[in-house]
Ligand binder design. Structure first.
Ligand code: CA
Length: 232
């Protein structure tokens, strides 16, 4: 799961980003309204949720909300607001936000709101991913191989979830970095390969062939027919 955080106060943003990453979410941070709006417009498909502060330099959060909704962008938006007046909450929801949280808030409360928004009927988020004997549930964050649960680390889970959304397609290392880590991650690092190796040991099975393949010099591929070819 990848989140976009639009918040101009560095202290709050850093705390949120660190907290979210501890929970296994990748989080990108943009500190101004204009840049935030642009990021949503160009990259909304990469994010599962936007956390949007209302009082922002450049462009107000409510304006951003209205303008991206007017463009037909449906990414869930959770508004953070220092204002606690009822009218502002109503305005936020009327502007197309899915939920709001008043500052100061409890981090646990934020996590609970995020989970609720993720559970809302939205095909991309709630559908179990099934391929080659593996079932992955993005909401409960559980993975089963032939009906048995496999324990994955948060990053391994993130990588597998991402790859399983594109079965039988070659996904590059940079794609994985961009979607599972945050926007500024050093792409020269071999961190993806390390996690992929661990993941492969957990999910590849001699009987069914390699479910997670490495395409040398290019990237990785989920082979959804690994079980069928083994059974044949
Ligand atoms: Ca602010």
């Amino acid at each position: 799961m990848k989140l976009l955080l639009i918040e101009d106060e560095p202290q709050i943003a850093n705390l949120l980003k660190a907290g979210l990453e501890r929970e296994g979410y990748a989080a990108d941070w943009v500190a101004d309204g204009v840049g935030g709006e642009k990021r949503i417009e160009l990259y909304h498909a990469d994010y599962d949720l936007v956390i949007l502060d209302l009082m922002l330099p450049g462009k107000d959060g409510l304006e951003i909300c209205k303008s991206v909704r007017a463009k037909g962008i449906t990414v869930p938006i959770l508004v953070l607001t220092a204002k606690s007046y009822v009218d502002d909450k109503v305005t936020a929801l009327d502007s197309g936000a899915d939920d709001y949280l008043t500052k100061p808030f409890d981090f646990k409360e934020l996590l609970s709101r995020i989970r609720t928004l993720m559970r809302r009927p939205k095909e991309k988020l709630t559908t179990e991913l099934r391929s080659g004997g593996i079932v992955l549930n993005p909401v409960s964050r559980k993975v089963f191989l032939d009906g048995k649960e496999i324990k994955l680390t948060l990053k391994e889970f993130g990588i597998l979830e991402y790859l399983m959304r594109y079965p039988n397609k070659v996904v590059t290392r940079d794609d994985v970095l961009f979607n599972v880590w945050d926007f500024h991650f050093d792409s020269f690092s071999n961190v993806v390969d390390v996690h992929i190796n661990h993941l492969r040991k957990k999910i590849n099975n001699k009987k069914r062939g390699n479910f997670l393949e490495t395409i040398r010099g290019v990237g990785y591929r989920i082979n959804s027919t690994a079980d069928e070819s083994a059974a044949a």
